[in-house]
Design a protein around this ligand. Structure first.
Ligand code: NAD
Length: 767
């Protein structure tokens, strides 16, 4: 069934998030609650949400608020009704009988419940409704969390439900994991268990909250909120409710009971109103009592808050599990105890809760933002190594025993395709939704064509035969080695491939050029080295942009600064719906010098708004780059011309490489490379207007003295430098000017101060 009209009942956190994502997909949705006012307020909250739940504000027009009492009739022609009201069985069931009386035959009905079993929800339901009723378990915030668990039971009509699976994947852009009806499904079952282990082990080992979060974070491929930061983010009271429900649902023999019990420290925090970020604080709090904001952390041993100090545990800053596990100190012990217990727990769920261990990996990656799932982590540790590290009293689940007996390997490659160990069928082909090309699967089933410590090249065999360049540094910061990889891919593709795809499966496509590199070179006065680096960067991107084959980049998450300069100089962009694009160099006292200035001028030059007026062109781009503008959705990116009209928007991150492959396949025949641009810019004639703008901003204290200096240099760049309206500038002229001004600025102490400050705090310095 085609889903073109949706009704969401319950307009709280989840209902409003679901309605917003349906609207993002361009579909009409009714959002109902006890009163119309509640639902209208929810729409206001959607509008103001940060990060925004909507890809653009106009999508709000697709959401119609209403009340259950007066507007329930709207579900008569709905194709899908989603219930997201409070977690109360009686309320949900009353609603289902009302829905059943009105819904059109065959329409899907689902609940977003996180803890009530499907079998309980369907107890009193008509047989016909049971066929199409399931649990659609979204994660908060709905636009940004990739996981959608679709829980089905014996009574479902699987063929019909498949339409909802496809809708969740292609239209709503989620990674849909079909689950059995078991407590916590897959994501929360393993994710909440891992959280509880991380918390209780930190208490057992006496680690400070900062120490625990530093280990149970990036070094293990886990978001930097770690455990205590995550507890504060979710809400300490909400976590307590979740635990109660697990304790109630799971048999006493389940190891969850060892880590899910009520803890006095948690009860005290809740009682005192320390429920996390939404309350007075939690394990961390922001103390404003002295007039300055001071981040404090809880010393849970004596119940006091002290200023939070960054701890440097000499841990790797990119995921390196074995390096952490090999440490012979308390941090190595902490990491091992969490990973050991989580892996054993996850393995004990196979085959009864799921027969496919990789579904647990997907659930942890998409629902908890782990870089690798527990089984992928086990694969990295090595099964034999893992088993050898266990104690005598560790219980090895049957699935692991079976693996040890039969092969010791979770994955297998047969005829170049990836298989996984299935407890009933031995090795089984990894099945992905039709069309999906998974980089993570390719990485498990082949060796890179080329690799260095910052980036790798993989062969992609979709409709086209292409190469995929994957960055893999911290936040995918760019450096000389990522550049080498791009150049290597260019050489190889010229010889025998159809095109290049630049994509990766990390949270951020790329947060820009590695600022540490620039800072070190700058304070050592190695400006020639910086110039050489920039020149290489520009030349490689120029080659890619003007190659005689298509190059498609696939941003997802941040593609800013140098990251945006890479994508902006590829022939096509397939952008994920949640990508953030823009040029933010001015914040650190610099200008884009990897072709970003040149590219924005080229993109705006022929726009009707500019009317072929060089002055208007320079001013337009001056405002865009000067304000460090970013667009938090591809739709907004098109308005700023960070994306062009031909670039595509892809709802699902899983489908980016598929889209890139389709583009290369359709364009490779008779592909014509992009011609080199030439531009006419106004030179000094526009500078006085730019200086007026800068002075006004300084008067309003929006920028400081160095802000004016950076603005003037940016203005000089964007007006074409020492040029006039009868001079035609080539792309190379603009590249040269970018480098000249970049070097000029990075020589200055206030720019170096800005870079240092951003590296230390992650925030811009006002100077
Ligand atoms: P919420 O408290 O934010 O919103 C619940 C909404 O239900 C409110 O708008 C309330 O007005 C409405 N409501 C209350 N009584 C009602 C009634 N009798 N009839 C109709 N509406 C009524 O809750 P939430 O966090 O959005 O959770 C909704 C559902 O989603 C729950 O089943 C919850 O378990 C599940 N869930 C929550 C999360 C999460 O992170 N919050 C994640 C996954 C699933």
């Amino acid at each position: 069934m085609k889903i073109s009209k949706v009704v969401v009942i319950g307009s709280g956190t989840m209902g409003s998030g679901i309605a917003a994502q349906v609207a993002n997909a361009g579909i009409n949705v009714h959002l109902l609650d006890l009163t119309k006012d509640i639902a209208s307020n929810a729409c206001e909250r959607i509008k103001k949400s940060r990060p925004p739940l909507l890809m653009e504000e106009n999508n709000l027009n697709l959401i119609t608020p209403g009340s259950i009492e007066n507007d329930l009739e709207c579900l008569k022609d709905a194709d899908w009704v989603v219930e997201a009201v409070v977690e109360r069985i009686d309320i949900k069931k009353t609603l289902y009988s009302q829905i059943d009386a009105l819904r059109k035959p065959g329409a899907f009905v689902s609940s977003n419940t996180s803890s009530i079993p499907l079998s309980v929800l369907t107890e009193d339901m008509s047989e016909e409704m049971k066929e199409v009723f399931c649990i659609t378990h979204f994660f908060n915030p709905v636009r940004y969390m990739r996981l959608l668990e679709l829980v089905i039971g014996k009574e479902n009509n699987k063929e019909k439900i498949n339409d909802l699976v496809v809708f969740g994947d292609k239209i709503l852009g989620k990674t849909v994991v079909v689950c059995n009806d078991s407590p916590g499904f897959l994501g929360n079952r393993v994710g909440v268990y891992a959280m509880q282990v991380a918390m209780t082990e930190a208490f057992n080992l006496g680690l400070s909250v900062e120490e625990a979060d530093a280990v149970f974070g990036r070094p293990l491929g886990i978001p930097k909120t770690g455990i205590f930061g995550l507890y504060d983010l979710i809400g300490i009271d909400l976590m307590a409710d979740v635990l109660k429900s697990f304790i109630k649902e799971l048999p006493e023999s389940d190891p969850f009971h060892d880590v899910g019990k009520e803890l006095p420290i948690i009860n005290k925090l809740i009682k005192d109103g320390y429920t996390g970020r939404k309350g007075k604080g939690g394990f961390f709090r922001m103390n404003k009592s002295t007039g300055v904001k001071v981040l404090e952390s809880l010393n849970y041993k004596n119940n006091t808050y002290n200023e939070s100090k960054k701890v440097d545990l000499q841990l790797p800053d990119v995921m390196d599990i074995n390096k952490v596990l090999n440490r012979k100190d308390v941090y190595g012990e902490y990491a091992w105890s969490i990973l050991k217990k989580t892996i054993l727990y996850a393995a004990a769920l196979v085959p009864n809760v799921t027969e496919n261990f990789n579904d647990i990996d997907d659930a942890m990656k998409c629902g908890f933002n782990w870089s690798k799932g527990p089984f992928e982590i086990l694969n990295e540790i090595g099964i034999e190594n893992f088993i050898s590290k266990l104690n005598n009293d560790d219980h090895i689940p049957p699935f692991l025993k079976q693996l040890m007996d039969q092969s010791n390997s979770l994955f297998n490659v047969s005829n170049n395709s990836l298989e996984y160990f299935h407890p009933k069928k031995s090795y089984t082909p990894m099945s992905r939704p039709a069309g999906v090309i998974s980089l993570s699967d390719i990485k498990k089933s082949s060796n890179p064509i080329y690799s260095n410590s910052s980036a790798s090249i993989w062969e992609i065999s979709g409709k086209s035969r292409s190469l995929c360049v994957e960055f893999h540094t911290k936040a995918n910061a760019l450096d000389g080695l990522t550049n080498d990889c791009l150049m290597k891919a260019y050489e190889l593709t010229s010889e025998k491939y159809d095109g290049i795809i630049i994509a990766n499966d990390a949270m951020q496509f790329s947060a820009g050029v590695n600022l540490n590199y620039f800072y070190d070179k700058a304070i050592n006065k190695q400006f020639n080295e910086i110039d050489k680096f920039l020149n290489n960067f520009q030349q490689s991107l120029y080659q890619l942009q003007h190659a005689n084959f298509p190059v498609v980049s696939c941003p997802s998450g941040l593609a800013i600064g140098g990251g945006y300069e890479v994508i902006s100089q590829t022939s096509f962009i397939a952008a994920h719906s949640n990508s953030v694009l823009g040029l933010v160099e001015s914040l650190v006292g610099l200008i884009p010098a990897g072709g970003g200035c040149k590219e924005m001028l080229r993109r705006w030059a022929n726009n009707s708004e500019i009317k072929n007026d060089p002055k208007l062109l320079s001013l337009k781009v001056f405002n865009l780059i000067g304000y460090a503008t970013t667009a938090d959705s591809p739709i907004k990116a098109k308005v700023h011309k960070f994306l062009s009209e031909q670039d595509t928007i892809v709802m699902s991150k899983d489908r980016l490489i598929e889209e890139a492959d389709n583009i290369i396949f359709s364009k490779k025949q008779n592909y014509k490379s992009l011609e080199s641009a030439s531009l006419v810019l106004p030179g000094a004639t526009v500078m006085s207007e730019m200086i007026d703008i800068l002075n006004q901003l300084k008067d309003k204290k929006i920028i400081g003295q160095h802000g004016v200096e950076v603005g003037k240099k940016l203005g000089y760049m964007l007006s074409g430098g020492d040029t006039n309206s009868s001079t035609v500038l080539t792309e190379q002229n603009l590249y040269d000017l970018e480098r000249e001004i970049f070097i000029d600025l990075i020589k200055q102490k206030p720019t170096q101060d800005r870079i240092r400050h951003t590296l230390d705090t992650g925030k811009p310095l006002f100077n």
